[in-house]
Design a protein around this ligand. Structure first.
Ligand code: ADP
Length: 256
């Protein structure tokens, strides 16, 4: 018996197969159709794990595209799912900073992983994964190469907050001869500053988890740690925390 959680994000669709533990996980691009991506993620999850569809007793959808998933048993907000997922991975966590493709959020949890407060920035791409994608495009590297490129490099400050203006700023910096590495390091600090600013809007606990696709960058995490003077826990599977939480909610529905 299994549950499945599917997190339909703006950039990536994540799916987790769960039986009390994570059995399998999938991360694929959402592309133009969240519905197709969610179906593909589910099929891939079952194929990879060699589990029959009829063994999956509950499917829970989350993320911005959750409304498009007609085949799910329940939909739940990503805030609740992130809380459940982070609590499962580390039950000491009381604050979550999630930086995804098009939004960033901070969630405060109680000792059971229930959400007690949250702040969401989904009005502006600055400091999000999209911001990083746009900038890495201009600089000609893949987001996964950021840490190699910008580690231990003095940052060139990026002063523009807006993604569109920051893109022009980065183009002018390169034209002035500022190195790709220093510019990339400036981008790291710009994203970290946005993260710190949203973290500053809640009562910070001592156990902070950093989740979402952007949390895969070790140097962004380190820059945030340096600025807030606290250490941060980043799950190995930072990008699937929402999908994991959805699968746990499905699992609890089965157990009831
Ligand atoms: P969403 O749920 O909105 O689709 P995700 O949490 O899946 O967002 O994160 C997607 C973002 O993760 C992408 O915009 C990308 O910039 C970022 N990302 C992916 N891999 C890395 C990496 N290795 N380092 C930094 N950012 C990354």
């Amino acid at each position: 018996m299994y549950s499945v959680g599917i997190d339909s994000g703006s950039v990536a669709t994540k799916a987790v197969l769960f039986d009390g533990e994570i059995v399998e996980k999938v991360i694929i691009p959402t592309g133009w159709s969240p519905k197709t991506a969610a179906e593909e993620a589910l099929n891939l999850l079952l194929t990879r794990s060699k589990v029959n569809r009829d063994k999956v007793k509950k499917i829970v959808g989350t993320g911005y595209g959750r409304v498009s998933m007609a085949f799910v048993d329940k939909t739940v907000t990503e805030i609740t799912c992130h809380g459940k997922g982070a609590h499962f991975l580390n039950n000491k966590v009381r604050t979550i900073l999630d930086i995804g493709g098009q939004d960033s959020k901070v969630i405060s949890l109680d000792s059971k992983g229930n959400v007690i407060d949250f702040i969401m920035n989904d009005k502006c791409a600055a400091g999000t994964g999209r911001f990083l994608q746009v900038m890495s495009n201009v600089l000609g590297f893949d987001v996964s190469e950021l840490d190699t490129l910008a580690r231990d490099v003095e940052p060139e400050p990026i002063t523009s907050m807006c993604t569109v203006f920051a893109e022009s700023e980065v183009i002018s910096l390169l034209a002035k001869g500022v190195s790709k590495e220093r510019t990339a390091s400036g981008i790291v600090h710009s994203i970290a500053n946005r993260g710190v600013s949203i973290l500053g809007r809640v009562n910070l606990s001592d156990e902070i988890a950093f989740t979402g696709g952007v949390a895969q960058s070790e140097i962004i995490k380190e820059a945030i740690e340096e600025k807030i003077k606290k250490s941060i826990y980043t799950p190995k599977d930072s990008q699937i925390v929402g999908a994991l939480g959805a699968s746990i909610i499905g699992w609890n529905m089965i157990k009831k």
